[in-house]
Write a protein that binds this ligand. Structure first.
Ligand SMILES: NC(=O)c1ccc[n+]([C@@H]2O[C@H](COP(=O)([O-])OP(=O)(O)OC[C@H]3O[C@@H](n4cnc5c(N)ncnc54)[C@H](O)[C@@H]3O)[C@@H](O)[C@H]2O)c1
Ligand SMILES: [Zn+2]
Ligand SMILES: [Zn+2]
Length: 344
């Protein structure tokens, strides 16, 4: 089968013929239809410091996908050949305290699909049945392909109650944009989102943000936006989705007392924030990793059934042979989510 492989420990990706993945008694073999390109895949292609310590070659990339079940292992019961499925890309140990308590998203020995084991940028991928999410409701295939990052957005956005609240999102990448749509859908009063890319801010407006602010221009800052919207005491909930120190500082400066921050963005290195302000404003900061298994997946499905529209975030689609162009577009500051089609 064809697969996109990190074949050598150097920048680049290689489209190659590799053997179909094996699957055990508890596993499912999936024929991949569409995949989403994630920042993680861009890091692995460019072979930066993070990728060099996280990935051993050769490795098939990719963790955001939708596909059709082609075969099931002898012990698999609730997944059937022909089911339309996406996959939870965090494989957990099943033995640690949190796994045993059913809090699988808190597992301390998580292995990542397409990072620590062969992934979904291929014509077939195998996964434990316990990691498979069957789409039992009708779903747009491009949207089904990005359930993994959609899940990051839902997990973060629904970490704190949003009804009637004023929400600040820093970072209008694909996940920030989806979080804006989720926050509006979930009943937030105002959703203000920031970025330094006018293209991405335009997408965020389409997705339902009340105000989308370019923090690289001096025109209007977050404090001005608060005045413009009539906020008197600051934002109630913050969703940090850029991984940038200056964005986190902006957020801390603009929160209400007792405000709550859910932080998904992964900073490239340590940075300083004004802890005395966090203490005296009594702000809660919660780190978010991955998706809750499978509460987040349930929430995603029913949010879509309830009319949540994610299509504005999908801005490009390529056949898998054109992966280089697709990756280039995904690494530009203009794009939303880019899809690779494996069905041909
Ligand atoms: N914790 C997790 O499980 C998890 C999972 C997926 C992604 N992530 C992280 O979440 C973040 C969002 O993911 P994404 O795929 O949307 O990433 P992305 O890199 O596409 O988006 C980040 C956005 O932040 C913007 N930005 C840069 N400086 C800014 C500033 N000063 N203020 C506001 N915005 C600024 C960038 O222009 C970009 O649009 C990334 O940091 C990513 O690494 C975390
Ligand atoms: Zn991803
Ligand atoms: Zn565990």
């Amino acid at each position: 089968m064809k697969a996109l492989v990190k074949q050598k420990a150097e920048p680049g990706l290689w489209l190659m013929d590799v053997p179909e993945p094996e699957y055990g008694d508890g596993d499912v073999l999936i024929k991949v239809l569409r995949t989403g390109i994630c920042g993680t895949d861009l890091h692995i292609r460019s072979w930066d410091g993070w990728a060099r310590q996280a990935v051993t070659t050769p490795r098939v990339l990719g963790h955001e996908f939708v596909g059709e079940v082609a075969a099931v292992g002898a012990a698999v019961q609730d997944v059937a050949i022909g089911d339309l499925v996406s996959g939870e890309g965090h494989l957990v140990c099943g033995k640690c305290r949190n796994c045993l308590a059913g809090r699988r998203h808190l597992c301390r020995s998580t292995v990542g699909l397409g990072v620590g084991r062969d992934g979904a940028f291929a014509q077939y991928v195998s996964l434990p049945a316990a990691n498979v999410w069957v789409h039992r409701a009708e779903v747009n295939l491009d949207v089904a392909a990005i359930f993994d990052p959609f899940g990051n957005a839902v997990h973060t956005a629904l970490s704190f109650p949003l009804v009637g609240e004023d929400v600040l999102i820093t970072g209008a990448g694909p996940i920030g944009i989806m979080a804006a749509a989720v926050a509006r859908h979930a009943g937030a009063r105002n959703v203000v989102i920031t970025d330094v890319s006018p293209h991405r801010l335009a997408l965020a407006r389409k997705a339902g943000a009340t105000l989308a602010l370019d923090v690289s221009s001096a025109d209007i800052g977050i404090a001005d936006a608060q005045r413009q919207l009539g906020l008197k005491e600051g934002f109630d909930v913050g969703l940090e989705m850029s991984g940038r120190p200056e964005a986190m500082r902006d957020m801390v400066d603009n929160m209400t007392h007792g405000g709550r921050i859910a932080m998904l963005g992964l900073p490239a290195e340590e940075f300083a924030v004004d802890w005395s302000k966090i203490v005296t404003s009594m702000i809660t900061v919660k780190g978010i990793y991955g998706r809750e298994m499978f509460e987040t997946w349930y929430a995603m499905t029913v949010l879509l059934e309830g009319g949540l529209d994610l299509t504005p975030v999908i801005t490009g689609s390529y056949g898998y042979e054109d992966f280089d162009a697709a990756f280039d577009e995904a690494s530009s500051a203009r794009s939303g989510k880019i899809i690779l089609d494996w069905s041909a």
